[in-house]
Design a protein around this ligand. Structure first.
Ligand code: GAL
Length: 698
């Protein structure tokens, strides 16, 4: 899937297209023609509107099972046949969905085992969506049949460029089939030795010793949530079962055409599934992004979305798709505010800046009934192109055409941020520190790094702690409470080979079974790597603030402050200013060969993170892509962020203004081509919610 060529110095330039047969940005939307079957004039109108909206794609069939298999074994493909041909004739492409995200009534009636069972043991009735059992052989069989029919019929349709498998996999099922499959998973994992499991789960605590695998129940309010190792394994099992279900879905698609790329649409940081485990089964990653813009903190909304864009790009180390977004508002936020003029184009371009090769919406035409009838769409209930939202979508489409050469290019980053679902699960389970997971705020803590780096004009990769770190100048490992053996080795080897690592409080507390490390912590050899030993962890009430002294400045400490002992080779760079641990180290560094291991023992304020990252970037030689525009704090002006993509020969610089006011004048430091106006610029000022795509040669 990579088109490789060479530049004048023989350096390889590669563009990686999601589908090399369609090497262009995809601009489209979820499309549900079956909702308009009773008035087919709408279909032709939609083709006209698709072209007018500068869209070149429709995602079809996501919830169409009842349409294509109205009764068991009876198939009717007349709607997709006609729709796919219409889209093709209109010059559009199709991402075709498998329909397992919602099943028809007949299936639930004939095979009640497909219905999910709640943690309390109650089987749900038919209804809603995304609520089937992933273990059920009947569900898998029926999905396989319908997917096979779809694949054989449409894999070689000229409009179809890829597969959208199911829709937002998620949830868990507590039916007898899942419970038995879970026990089977544990039997394998623990070599059928219940003694091993008892030790791993520390079950002598509260007399919870198992004598047989058949006694194991998934954690639920009716069973046991006190065994943290069990909780972790249940979540791992749910992930594996879902991945296995997806694998079964993909098989018939690949049989029909191995080259047609598959994806499934993911949900930012959905906590129920370890998305890293989907890596091998996806040809490309895609996700559904619905930030709460205009809710007061634009930078927070932008950095959260930017963080997940980075994650999905890194998941497959190639361009990803923004599979869903809203051109205006959603219908499920606490307040469903429409995007202000400019925001839709800006948030779409933000995705592209971070490596998306598509901008897609939910949905093309707004439903008239049911629960999503007031959700934003490209075409509203007025049914015309004469709306602000439609014009904005058309504008995005025309911009994507203008910058089409950016499609397939890479995002290069010298800085990596480590993210781990298992760590988040264990951390949220931990009943120490602050009980409420929102105080630990794992994801939020990670977003803060994205936020600061965006304001510094530095690209960021978001990767797993066990991934290859060797290409990064700086690796940031926040709150790595659960540290696997492989992660421990990876971090140590990274620093030994000259890397700069920043880890923070909680690192190396528990192992893969959620058992605390015995002896000195951070465990897994990290206390030697950092040259520190953690003695205690202080927790601050929300209204309390501690102080640290760093670089002759005093910074705030919030929530958590570990008390450290230096244990060989480390220097204190910051010390606490108050409480019983006044004068003890709060930030340390230990040099090993060419590498440096920094340990930050407390939760710092944003200005501390800015100061520390500024220092670390300087030390590691990581440069801003817009350094001439930085202010005296080493940041871009408020609301401005900058990112780059590259084909190896050129840099494509994306600058966005997330605030509702004209930006300052930003000096560019050299002449660059403004890809939208065609002008050569050496400085730039962006309108409210404005952005620019600039190009220069390397
Ligand atoms: C997504 C889902 C879509 C639609 C959308 C509304 O999570 O995949 O089908 O419901 O939300 O925002």
């Amino acid at each position: 899937m990579a088109a490789v060529s060479q530049d004048k110095n023989g350096k390889e330039i590669s563009r990686r297209y999601v589908n090399p047969d369609f090497p262009h940005f995809v601009h489209g939307a979820d499309y549900n023609p079956e909702q308009w079957k009773h008035d087919r004039t709408i279909w032709d109108e939609d083709m006209r509107l698709m072209r007018l909206a500068n869209c070149n794609e429709m995602t079809v069939g996501i919830f169409s099972w009842a349409e294509i298999e109205p009764s068991e074994g009876t198939f009717d493909f007349s709607v997709p046949d006609e729709i796919l041909d219409k889209i093709h004739r209109a010059g559009g492409k199709v991402i075709l969905a498998t329909p397992s995200g919602a099943r028809p009534r007949w299936l639930a009636e004939a095979y009640p085992e497909v219905l999910r069972v709640s943690p309390e043991g109650q089987r749900y009735a038919f209804g809603e969506r995304h609520n089937h059992c992933y273990t059920s052989p009947a569900y898998r069989e029926k999905v396989k049949t319908v997917n096979t029919m779809l694949a054989r019929r449409y894999a070689s349709h000229p409009a179809v460029i890829g597969w959208h498998v199911s829709n937002e996999y998620g949830g868990e099922c507590f039916c007898p089939l899942c419970r038995e499959a879970f026990r089977e998973y544990l039997r394998k994992k623990f070599d059928n030795d219940i003694g091993k499991l008892n030790i791993a789960y520390w079950t002598a605590f509260w007399s919870h010793t198992y004598t047989d695998f058949s006694q194991i129940e998934p954690p639920s309010p009716l069973t046991d949530r006190s065994i943290h190792g069990l909780n972790l394994d249940w979540r791992r099992f749910v992930t594996l079962q879902t991945v296995d279900f997806m694998r079964a879905e993909v098989e018939p698609l690949k049989e029909a055409d191995p080259s047609k790329p598959v994806t499934t649409n993911m949900m930012c940081g959905y906590e129920g599934l370890d998305y890293f485990k989907f890596r091998d089964i996806l040809d490309f990653a895609s996700w559904d992004s619905y930030p709460q813009w205009h809710s007061g903190d634009q930078e927070a909304a932008a950095s959260e979305a930017g963080f997940w864009h980075d994650f999905y790009r890194c998941l497959k180390n190639r361009p990803f798709f923004l599979m869903e977004s809203t051109p205006s508002m959603v219908n499920w936020h606490p307040y469903n505010k429409p995007k202000r003029p400019g925001m839709d184009v800006l948030s779409s371009l933000q995705a592209v800046a971070h490596g998306s090769d598509s901008v897609q919406y939910f949905q093309f035409r707004k439903s008239r009934g049911s629960c999503e009838k007031l959700h934003g769409a490209v075409v509203g209930h007025d049914g015309t192109e004469h709306t602000r939202v439609f014009r904005s979508v058309a504008k995005t489409g025309s911009i994507l055409k203008t910058i089409d050469e950016v499609c397939g290019t890479a995002v290069k980053s010298d800085v990596a941020l480590l993210l781990d679902w298992e760590n988040m699960w264990a951390l949220n389970d931990a009943q120490g520190y602050a009980r409420d997971p929102s105080v630990k705020n794992y994801f939020g803590t990670l977003y803060a790094y994205e936020s600061v780096l965006s304001r510094m004009g530095v690209n960021l990769d978001v990767i797993h702690p066990e991934d290859d770190l060797s290409s990064y100048r700086l690796v940031i490992a926040p709150m790595l409470y659960l540290t696997t053996e492989k992660t421990g080795r990876n971090l140590i080897s990274y620093v030994n080979h000259g890397g700069t690592l920043l880890a923070t409080y909680f690192a190396g507390t528990v192992d893969e079974n959620d058992l605390c490390f015995f002896g000195k912590t951070p465990g897994r050899g990290l206390h030697e790597l950092f040259g520190v030993e953690r003695e205690e962890t202080d927790v601050l009430y929300p209204d309390q603030t501690g102080k640290v002294l760093f670089e002759d400045r005093v910074f705030d400490v919030k929530d958590f402050a570990e008390v450290l002992k230096l244990s060989g080779g480390a220097d204190a760079l910051a010390v606490y200013e108050d409480d019983f641990y006044k004068g003890t180290p709060a930030l340390t560094v230990k040099k090993t060969g060419n590498g440096s291991a920094y340990y930050q023992a407390f939760r710092g304020s944003k200005d501390f993170t800015e100061e520390l990252l500024k220092r670390l970037l300087r030390k590691t030689g990581v440069r801003s892509c817009l350094k001439e525009a930085m202010n005296e704090r080493g940041l871009l002006p408020d609301g401005i962020s900058a990112h780059t993509r590259t084909d190896g020969k050129h840099v494509y610089l994306f600058v966005g203004n997330y605030e509702d006011r004209q930006s300052d004048v930003l000096p560019l430091g050299k002449e660059m081509l403004d890809m939208l106006s065609g002008e050569i610029l050496s400085e730039l000022s962006l309108p409210p919610f404005g952005f620019a795509v600039l190009k220069y040669g390397i």
